[in-house]
Each structure stands twice: as structure tokens, then as C-alpha cells.
Design a protein around this ligand. Structure first.
Ligand SMILES: Nc1ncnc2c1ncn2[C@@H]1O[C@H](COP(=O)(O)OP(=O)(O)OP(=O)(O)O)[C@@H](O)[C@H]1O
Length: 291
């Protein structure tokens, strides 16, 4: 069995897709020589099956070639698999986890590193039993994920357009958050749980988040009048959100949330639906990564 399996989402990102197999051949030799496996995905969820099968067949590294959605699916397939680490070749639009891990955004450079990777472990979050590797959250960011998925195009400009459009109509929902022995009652504009620091595209929701501290950075934004929206947007872009006063932070490994009305939620930018009850947990160092 080859040591490395590349799981390639041909629909991820905004650029040219056909070039990846040729690039892979340049850095890893030909697939026929048995040096690696290349497995294109055929639709949502397929990367999880392919990753699990590759791990069970004995691959040491399974590489997600795509964005955070592909990383999430591959990561889910590798959870609880001994001796298989996840690599990333960032081919998505946002690439939040890859950026946090400082994986080169240049595909050739990312592939070169994977020829002799360094291994480490990272924490994994769960929201209502769905694993997330980068961020999860309730409220406005989930609404943006929901609308972005339906926008018909991807990339930063679509993301910004959708964000502005949804800002005009989004109404906060009253919530109660139980964590660290306390109950916090507030209106929720955004309640984010950050394992990694950013949403992608270097938009930082929790710039101090660590993948190895056994904790999620919980970030609450409870009102967004226009002046605060500008403050929050600037803080996210510059990585200075904690210093703006526009968001309140705490750290947690377990939280429950009850909402007064159904509220949307997402994991790694994938909109998961609406709910009124949420359980958020952290699995310490549950995934091995190869970078
Ligand atoms: N063959 C396919 N056809 C259509 N969709 C696919 C296919 N394979 C995977 N997908 C789906 O494509 C979605 C988007 O992939 P991904 O998130 O990796 O890219 P992205 O959205 O461009 O990047 P990012 O999440 O970093 O912004 C994933 O949710 C995945 O389930």
C-alpha cells in the first residue's frame, strides 16, 4: 500500500482544477509507480469514506486537497484511526486550517513539504456530535455559511457580498450558555467556538486560539449596530478583534447552549441546519497532522 493518499475535491476553490494531477505527478512521481494514491471525490461526504478506507488500508498520510469542507470530511474519516495522519494541500477558497497551520498556499511548496512531513497532533471540536477542526458557531456566521453555499459562486468577493446582504436582515436570538460552572444569558449575534484562529482568508475570529491547548476559544458578539460591525470587521481583518472590545472571549472544553428560537449553526463553514439546543465539546489532540 502506498504511504500517501491524496483525496482531491475537484469542485473546491475558484481556480483551475485539472492541473492538480499533473502537479502531483511532478512532485510525487507517477501514480502507476505505486508511490501514492489519487482519489477524486464525487460529492459531499465522499472524502470521509475515501479517507477512512485509505487509513484502514494502511496509508500513513491521507491528504485533503481542497478547502475547509474537504479538510473536515477527511478529518472525520481519520478520527479514531491509529497511525494515519492528515495532510493538507490548500485548494479551497478560504483554507482556514491550512493558513493557521502555516501550510504553504503555493501548491508546489505544499506538495514538496509532504514528501518528508513533520508530524504533530491537534485538538478537534464537536458541535452536536459533528466534528470540526477550525471553527464552529451559531448565529450570523452560520447564516452567512448557509447563504454562501447557495450563492452560485465562491471566493472572497462572494463571501463579502453575502455578508453585507445578510447583515441588513439578521436578528439576534436570546440564548443561555452554560460553561465553566456559569450561565450566561445574552442575545446572540455570533457565538463562535474556535479551535483554530480564523474562518479562512486570514479573517481572524480568535487570533490567540491554539490547536494544542485542550480548549476552544469561545467568542461572543452580542450586538452589531453599524459602528460595531465596522469595528468587528476591521478587527477580524487585522487580527485585533480581542483588543477592539467588540467581542467577549472565554475558554472552554465543554459548553451547552439553549436558544429561545431555532438558530442556524455551522462547522468549518458548512451550514448544518437550525436547532435550539447545542452541545459543544473538545477532543484533546484527537487527530495527527502531517505538515
Ligand atoms: N465532486 C464533487 N462535486 C460537488 N461537490 C463536491 C464534490 N466533492 C466534494 N464536494 C463538496 O464541495 C464542498 C466545498 O469544498 P471545500 O470546502 O473543500 O472548498 P471551498 O468551499 O472552495 O473551500 P473553503 O471551505 O476553504 O472556503 C464540500 O462541502 C464538499 O462536500
Amino acid at each position: 500500500m502506498p504511504r500517501t493518499c491524496f483525496i482531491f475535491n475537484p469542485m473546491a476553490g475558484t481556480g483551475r482544477r485539472a492541473e492538480f494531477p499533473a502537479l502531483l505527478a511532478r512532485y510525487f512521481g507517477s501514480e502507476a509507480s505505486g508511490d501514492y494514491l489519487l482519489r477524486p471525490t464525487e460529492g459531499p461526504g465522499h472524502a470521509t469514506e475515501l479517507a477512512r478506507a485509505a487509513a484502514q488500508a494502511g496509508c500513513r498520510v491521507v491528504v485533503a486537497v481542497g478547502g475547509d469542507g474537504t479538510v473536515n470530511e477527511v478529518g472525520q474519516g481519520l478520527l479514531h484511526q491509529e497511525n494515519t495522519a492528515m495532510g493538507i494541500v490548500p485548494r479551497g477558497s478560504g483554507n482556514g486550517l491550512a493558513r493557521h497551520l502555516k501550510v504553504p498556499l503555493n501548491l508546489g511548496a505544499a506538495l514538496r513539504r509532504l514528501r518528508q512531513p513533520a508530524f504533530s497532533r491537534m485538538d478537534v471540536g464537536c458541535i452536536n456530535d459533528r466534528p470540526f477542526f477550525c471553527t464552529a458557531g451559531l448565529g450570523f456566521d452560520a447564516r452567512v455559511s448557509q447563504q454562501f453555499a447557495q450563492a452560485g459562486s465562491r471566493g472572497l468577493s462572494t463571501y463579502l457580498r453575502v455578508t453585507l446582504q445578510e447583515y441588513k436582515t439578521f436578528e439576534p436570538v436570546p440564548i443561555a450558555v452554560d460553561t465553566n460552572g456559569q450561565t450566561l444569558r445574552t442575545d446572540c449575534y455570533v457565538l463562535a467556538f474556535a479551535n483554530a484562529s480564523q474562518y479562512g482568508n486570514d479573517v481572524y475570529i480568535a487570533p490567540n486560539a491554539s490547536l494544542q491547548d485542550g480548549l476552544l476559544d469561545m467568542c461572543l458578539i452580542n450586538a452589531l449596530p453599524p459602528w460595531r460591525a465596522v469595528q468587528v470587521a476591521m478587527g477580524m481583518a487585522l487580527g485585533t478583534l480581542p483588543r477592539t472590545g467588540g467581542a467577549a472571549y472565554s475558554h472552554t472544553s465543554h459548553a451547552t447552549v439553549r436558544a429561545a428560537a431555532p438558530i442556524g449553526y455551522h462547522a468549518d463553514g458548512d451550514y448544518l441546519g437550525h436547532a435550539t439546543e447545542f452541545v459543544i465539546d473538545l477532543l484533546p489532540l484527537a487527530l495527527e497532522v502531517a505538515m
